[in-house]
Design a protein around this ligand. Structure first.
Ligand SMILES: [Zn+2]
Length: 423
């Protein structure tokens, strides 16, 4: 048996443990917001990593407002040195999950195992990925192989809310950085036979239109901020949306609809609260929050300018239309370089394990890749892990046991390849 044969057998032999550990993780309802049970989950991961020969460090996101006594933001990092320090391969998974929401036919936090699927909130996004990462490294150890380099595994918080207390915090403090980290793989659920090379950009912004209050029985004496927001929305629908749907990125974003630039209106509020006691008043203020996903080809500056131009034209066309725009969040797009060794190595593993080549995809949303690259400076970063993207954040979320086992194998082979360990 070759070393890699022994590693693949070790993964098969560990199948029950991998499944049980995934179920244990799901049973910790690490719901974000608000960020429940983070300490306990970090410790569960830390104990397992320690049992697998890792040196463990816990990092609380000191100094950030979301790190509170009630909801501490605790990350865990395990480091296992091989024959040398470098190359260092870092596998990162977030252990926060979005709220269960309605529509479940089973307990979202029981870790139900049925017909070869593990059900539960966070099963695919991405507790199965964390289990796969840990057991990929563990299978190498159980096969009696010493790595030519080192492997690190982190469990981090708050990816679902931006990752600022998680991967961004670790990257800011140099724990994930190009000075020490050579490769990062994030086992997010982007299909077990796909390699994800990045994501589109995000621009969240708030637009406020301002009017003039007047008696509601004589609305002609006032200026309705709601009417003016309606004009803005109509302009967006007629002028901007057709342009956005025509713009297509070169990146292989899935699903295909997300290969275009998109815009969603997150929320809108104007005039008096509709649940309150009503008074006859013309609305003097209306606010709406927008979620614009932009393409790497568009860039942020042009994206913002296009919005401001549209608002300026609305203000020029309509007397008394006044607006303000406020940037809420900007995430720049990222893309793994075409020549990154990660792509070839994972593809090699996929051909070995699944018998087919791995296609490249890009994510419609964003994930922690942005922090790894933009803060940590590590350009060799991809997402690869078990699970079906479309099931993330849905009721009855599940991850297939076969997916988890296959992803564990692919990750194990990738860690060996990237560290130059004979296989
Ligand atoms: Zn995720």
């Amino acid at each position: 048996m070759t070393p890699s044969d022994r590693v693949l057998s070790a993964v098969d032999a560990a199948t029950d443990e991998i499944v049980e550990f995934t179920r244990d993780l799901i049973r910790m309802p690490t719901v974000n917001p608000p960020g429940d049970g983070y300490s306990e989950c970090a410790e569960l991961i830390g104990r397992r990593l320690a049992a697998c020969g890792f040196d463990i460090q816990y990092f609380a996101a000191e100094g950030l407002p979301e790190h509170t006594a009630q909801h501490p933001r605790i990350n865990v990092v395990g480091h296992r040195r091989g024959a040398t320090d470098r190359p260092l391969v870092h596998l990162n998974g977030h252990f926060d999950v979005v709220p269960a929401g309605d529509g479940w036919t089973l307990d979202p936090f029981a870790g139900v195992l049925r017909d070869g699927r593990i059900y539960g909130r966070g099963s695919c996004d991405m507790k199965a990925g964390i289990a796969a990462a840990i057991y990929a490294a563990e299978a190498i150890r159980r096969a009696g192989i010493q790595l030519n380099g080192s492997v690190e595994i982190s469990g981090t918080v708050d990816e679902e809310s931006g990752g600022f207390a998680g991967v961004a915090w670790l990257a800011h403090r140099g724990h994930i950085s190009s000075a020490r980290t050579d490769y990062v793989i994030i086992p997010e659920p982007l299909y077990v036979d796909r390699i994800c090379i990045g994501h589109r950009g995000v621009y969240w912004f708030e637009v406020t239109t301002r009017g003039r209050i007047a008696h509601g029985s004589m609305p002609f004496h006032g200026v309705s901020a709601i009417d003016h927001m309606a004009i803005v929305l109509e302009k967006i629908r007629r002028e901007l949306m057709p342009r956005l749907t025509q713009r297509t990125t070169e990146m292989p974003v899935v699903p295909a609809g997300a290969r275009h630039a998109t815009l969603n209106i997150n929320g809108i509020a104007g005039g008096q609260p509709v649940d309150g006691i009503q008074t006859p008043c013309v609305a003097d203020r209306c606010r709406a929050v927008f979620d614009r996903r932009f393409l790497i080809e568009e860039g942020f500056d042009a994206t913002r300018r296009e919005i401001v131009d549209l608002l300026d034209r609305a203000a020029a066309d309509v007397p008394d239309l006044r607006y303000e725009i406020r940037d809420l969040m900007v995430v720049h797009p990222v893309r793994t370089p075409d020549d990154s060794p990660l792509i070839g190595v994972l593809d090699h593993g996929l051909r070995r394990v699944l018998g087919r080549s791995g296609g490249l995809v890009a994510s419609p949303g964003t994930y922690d890749h942005k922090h790894v690259t933009r803060i940590g400076g590590v350009t060799n970063c991809v997402a690869y892990g078990p699970g079906i993207l479309d099931l993330a954040h849905q009721p009855d979320e599940w991850c297939g046991v076969d997916d988890i086992v296959n992803a564990t194998k692919v990750l194990a082979l990738a860690v060996m390849d990237l560290t130059g360990t004979p296989n």
